[in-house]
Write a protein that binds this ligand. Structure first.
Ligand SMILES: [Zn+2]
Length: 449
């Protein structure tokens, strides 16, 4: 049986991953007469990061239970899940609406599997409703449970679907090891020895990533909310993650739990097709030409206009202030640069997560130089060409000169301090080609850490 859970936490407390870790431990430790119940490594599934009504990271969880005996045991498991969700959820918060989905008979027909695939992809890339989830639950005969308005079933079904889909489609995935705080410490400042965190990062990067932000001298693997999470170590190697964990010196940990996750995969990004309309709360990969030189807005945000030839339209691309040094790359763009942008779209604006500088415009039109004295010529008046006022020589038009650019072509990204859970750090792209768009050419990568 696969169990998917979502929307148990609020900004004030709890964390759906903690509830999951608690349940997984409880199920593993329960005496089911000779251990005929086994529980998988749980999954942490990040859903559409741009959705307006999310809690912190918009993450749902799932785990799989295998039994060798009768179905009645699964009824026990379901009861434990329901009572734990009821007990732990932040039900006082108006925006917390827990949902649980139980998949006992895994769908195997092509139709049902592709239906789940479409559902999962839409959960990460678009905006789904409870109706969408309930339709699949009813057609496939799944069991579910919810509290209050039960909106959590949307994410719970997506997380459970991800577990099944991994068997068929082998979606990209990474790991995160979560460490949780003792309950009496929830809401108090976290005690983590910073030096040990830098040491852990140095010993395991790039097999672990987004533990620290070197350029901004910040530790980024621990939240600042009153939730039960002490920290989370993300990476591609389980061994490296545990190695980092052993180096870190912190307050006592209540429990740890390793999750398999779609974090760090860029699965939210939609490669845009010709003629499609850009939709709010969707994230895209778009090819275009820089139309205006970048400008810095009040608050330090940097904006440029990008024209999208295949859509015959343009968007405003913004690197917000929290993206820190990434803005220095954006400031160096020039009209005429060909770029590929990656980010979420809302009300005509694309919030930049990555950018690929494909072809820099190195041509500049300048007033011609006088062939006799070498001075810059001046306009002789509208439509009259250019003239040297010292030698009286004339030229018809401006000349094209090649200029040096202070940046290199290639892929750039926001720093770890501003990175979304689901965004793929460039360091993970080192082995791949095509810059996410898949054209097959090799791209220079400028990872930010
Ligand atoms: Zn001259």
């Amino acid at each position: 049986m696969i169990v998917g859970i979502d929307d148990t936490d609020s900004r004030r407390g709890m964390c759906t991953t903690y509830l999951c870790a608690y349940l997984v431990d409880a199920l593993r430790n329960r005496n089911y007469n000779h251990g005929e119940v086994s529980v998988s490594t749980p999954w942490l599934v990040r859903l559409n990061p741009s959705i307006p009504y999310k809690t912190r990271g918009n993450g749902a969880v799932a785990f799989e239970i295998t039994t060798t005996t009768a179905r009645t045991r699964l009824e026990d498991v379901k009861e434990l899940v329901k009572s734990t969700v009821s007990k732990f959820s932040e039900l006082d918060d108006a925006n917390t609406n827990p949902g649980v989905v139980f998949i006992e008979d895994e769908p195997r027909s092509n139709l049902r599997v592709s239906q789940l695939k479409s559902y999962y992809e839409r959960a990460v890339r678009t905006v789904l409703t409870q109706k969408d989830a309930l339709a699949i639950i009813a057609e496939s005969g799944f069991d579910y449970f919810g509290l209050k308005n039960k909106r959590g079933i949307i994410g719970a079904l997506a997380a459970a679907a991800f577990v099944i889909l991994q068997r068929y489609y082998r979606y990209d995935f990474t790991y995160e090891l979560m460490a949780y705080r003792a309950k009496e410490r929830w809401g108090t400042p976290r005690r983590i020895d910073e030096h040990s965190v830098w040491e852990a990062d140095a010993a395991t990067y790039p097999l672990t990533w987004d533990t620290v932000d070197v350029a901004n001298r910040r530790i980024v693997f621990a939240p600042h909310s009153p939730c039960p999470v002490l920290f989370g170590i993300r990476g591609d190697s389980v061994d490296a993650i545990y190695k980092a964990y052993k180096i870190i010196d912190s307050e006592p940990v209540e429990r740890i739990m390793l999750f398999i996750t779609n974090q760090g995969t860029d699965f939210h990004l939609i490669t845009h097709g010709t003629g499609q309309k850009l939709l709010d709360y969707h994230s895209y990969i778009l090819d275009g030409v820089v139309e205006s030189n970048p400008c810095t807005l009040v608050g330090g945000h940097v904006l440029f206009k990008l024209s999208l030839p295949t859509l015959s339209t343009r968007v405003d691309c913004i690197a917000y202030e929290p993206t820190k040094g990434f803005r220095n790359i954006i400031r160096k763009l020039r009209h005429g640069d060909e770029v590929r942008v990656f980010g979420s779209f809302k009300r005509g604006t694309l919030n930049l997560e990555k950018i690929e500088l494909k072809s820099l415009n190195k041509e500049e039109l300048r007033n011609p130089r006088c062939e006799q004295c070498g001075r810059s010529m001046e306009s002789a008046g509208r439509g009259q060409g250019y003239r040297c006022k010292h030698c009286n020589t004339k030229r018809e038009a401006k000349e094209v000169v090649t200029i040096n650019r202070a940046i290199e072509e290639g892929l750039y990204e926001v720093p770890p301090v501003a990175r979304r859970h689901i965004s793929k750090p460039l360091i993970r792209m080192c082995a791949t080609k095509g810059g996410g768009g898949g054209e097959g050419e090799s791209v220079i990568i400028h990872p930010s850490r």
